[in-house]
Design a protein around this ligand. Structure first.
Ligand SMILES: [Zn+2]
Length: 430
C-alpha cells in the first residue's frame, strides 16, 4: 500500500523499548527554568510521563543521569550532510568534489556525518542541498526506516537557482555535459520554477531551497512569490533563500520568504525588516579558528549577530558545514560554532533557546518533536555542566537518546539498538 504523505509514526527500532531516565537537573530551554530530580518515562520511542516521580514501566531500564543536566536535543538549521570538500586534492573547491564523488559515496558520507552529528547532541538537522542526486532524501529515509541512527532530517532536495546554480561553469561543461545538474536545478522562468519545486517535492524535499542572488540575474520579487506559492501548494512547504547581496535580501523580505540563509548581506535596516515580517535568520556564523575565517570577518559577523539579536530577529543556530577539517568530526566542526555565539554576548539562556526551540520552529517540527512533552518522540541529551550558565557546557554531550533509544552513554556511542533490517519500504519519500 502506498502511504504517500503520511510520515512514519515512530522509528521501527523503538518498538518494545522502555526506559526511565532519572535527571538530576532537567532544563526547559523554552523558559530557561531548571527542575531538580525529575523522572522521564519512555516507551516505544515516546515520552509517557515527566515529573517528580513517574509510574513504574514494566521491563523499563533505568538510566541514571542524576549527576547531569538533561535537556532536549540540539538543532543545526543549515548543514550539508552529503558533501565533504577538502584541501586535498580539490583545494576546497566543491565543484571538483562534485565531479569526484558519486551520489552513492556521498550518501554513505551522509550516513557517517549523521552519526557524527548525533553523537554531539544534534537530533535535528536542516539539510539544505548540495547533496548530488537526492542523497539527502536517501539519508532521511534511511534514518526514518531504521537502517541507521541519525538526526531527524529536514531536507531540501536539489537547490533551485537561475542558470548555472551557484557554479560558474565553462560553456563546454554547461552546454555539452550538463554539468550544473544534479548539484543545482536550473529554473529561470515561471514554468521552470513550478516544475523545479514539483520535482523536489516528488523526490522527497521537506523544504525548498533557492539561490536568490548568486548570479548576475537574481530572482525578482515575483519569482520568489511564485516559489512561495508553489511550495505552499505542495503540502505547505516553506522556502529558504541563500542570500548574498543587500538587494537580494530586500527582495526576499518583500516576497515574504520563510528564512534567509547566511548573514553576508544583512545589516541593521534589513534586520529590522526581517523582525517586522517574522523572517528567520539562519546566519551560518563561521568561527575564526586556525582552520576557518579571519579575525576581520569574525568581528563583522559577531557585530551583525548582536544587531540581529537587539532588533528581535528570529535567529537559528546554523553552520553551513560541508567541509573536512583534519582530525575533527562533523560534530566537532559544528559545535565549535559556539565560539561565534559566545563572542556575540547573547545570554547563554537565549543561545540555548536558539539551539533548541528556535531550531524546532525553523525546521517546522515544533508541534510534533523537539520539546520534552508527553507523547513526543524522546530526543534527549545530557551534559555535566549547566549550559544556562556557560553555553560551552554543550561541548560535553555525554548522553544522547534519539527516538527513545540510547545512542550515546557515558560518552560512548552505542548504535546497535538502532539498526533495523526492515520494514523494507524502499524509496518511500513520505
Ligand atoms: Zn549552505
Amino acid at each position: 500500500m502506498v502511504r504517500r504523505g503520511v510520515p512514519p509514526e515512530f522509528l521501527p527500532s523503538s518498538a518494545g523499548s522502555a526506559y526511565v531516565i532519572r535527571a538530576g537537573k532537567l532544563i526547559d530551554p523554552e523558559t530557561g527554568n531548571t527542575k531538580d530530580n525529575q523522572s522521564i518515562s519512555i516507551k516505544d520511542g515516546r515520552i509517557i510521563e515527566i515529573g517528580d516521580s513517574v509510574a513504574p514501566l514494566a521491563g523499563a531500564e533505568s538510566i541514571d543521569l542524576t549527576g547531569s543536566f538533561v535537556l532536549p536535543g540540539l538543532v543545526d538549521a543549515h548543514n550539508h550532510m552529503a558533501i565533504t570538500y577538502k584541501k586535498f586534492p580539490e583545494n576546497d573547491v566543491y565543484y571538483y568534489t562534485y565531479i569526484q564523488d558519486s551520489t552513492a559515496i556521498r550518501s554513505i558520507q551522509a550516513a557517517s556525518n549523521a552519526m557524527q552529528m548525533l553523537s554531539f547532541g544534534f537530533t535535528v538537522v536542516r539539510d539544505l542541498g548540495n547533496n548530488a542526486l537526492y542523497a539527502d532524501t536517501a539519508l532521511r529515509i534511511a534514518i526514518e526506516q531504521g537502517w541507521i541512527p541519525g538526526p531527524t532530517i529536514i531536507n531540501s532536495g536539489i537547490i533551485i537557482g537561475g542558470s548555472g546554480g551557484q557554479f560558474q561553469p565553462t560553456p563546454e561543461m554547461a552546454k555539452y555535459h550538463n554539468i550544473v545538474y544534479p548539484e543545482y536545478l536550473e529554473a529561470d522562468t515561471p514554468d521552470e520554477i513550478i516544475k523545479a519545486v514539483r520535482q523536489n517535492v516528488m523526490f522527497g524535499a521537506k523544504v525548498i531551497k533557492i539561490m536568490v542572488d548568486s548570479q548576475p540575474y537574481p530572482y525578482t520579487v515575483d519569482d520568489m512569490k511564485l516559489f512561495i506559492k508553489e511550495a505552499a501548494n505542495c503540502g505547505g512547504l516553506k522556502v529558504a533563500g541563500h542570500v548574498q547581496t543587500e538587494e537580494g535580501a530586500r527582495r526576499a523580505i518583500e516576497a515574504g520568504i520563510f528564512s534567509i540563509e547566511h548573514d553576508i548581506a544583512l545589516n541593521d535596516e534589513l534586520h529590522r525588516a526581517m523582525a517586522q515580517k517574522g523572517i528567520w535568520r539562519v546566519g551560518t556564523e563561521t568561527p575564526f579558528t586556525e582552520y576557518s575565517s579571519t579575525q576581520e570577518d569574525f568581528d563583522k559577523r559577531v557585530a551583525k549577530m548582536k544587531n540581529a539579536f537587539a532588533n528581535g530577529v528570529k535567529m537559528a543556530f546554523s553552520t553551513d558545514a560541508d567541509y573536512y577539517v583534519p582530525g575533527m568530526t562533523r560534530g566537532q566542526v559544528v559545535i565549535n560554532f559556539l565560539k561565534t555565539w559566545k563572542a556575540s554576548e547573547i545570554p547563554a539562556k537565549e543561545i540555548l533557546k536558539i539551539m533548541t526551540i528556535n531550531g524546532y520552529k525553523v525546521s517546522e517540527i515544533y508541534e510534533k518533536r523537539g520539546p520534552l512533552r508527553v507523547g513526543f518522540p524522546a530526543d534527549i541529551i545530557a551534559v555535566k555542566e549547566d549550559p544556562l550558565k556557560d553555553i560551552d557546557a554543550l561541548r560535553g554531550v555525554h548522553f544522547v537518546m534519539k527516538d527513545g533509544l540510547v545512542f550515546k552513554r557515558d560518552g560512548v556511542m552505542t548504535p546497535e539498538r538502532f539498526f533495523h533490517a526492515g520494514p523494507v519500504n524502499g524509496w518511500n519519500i513520505c
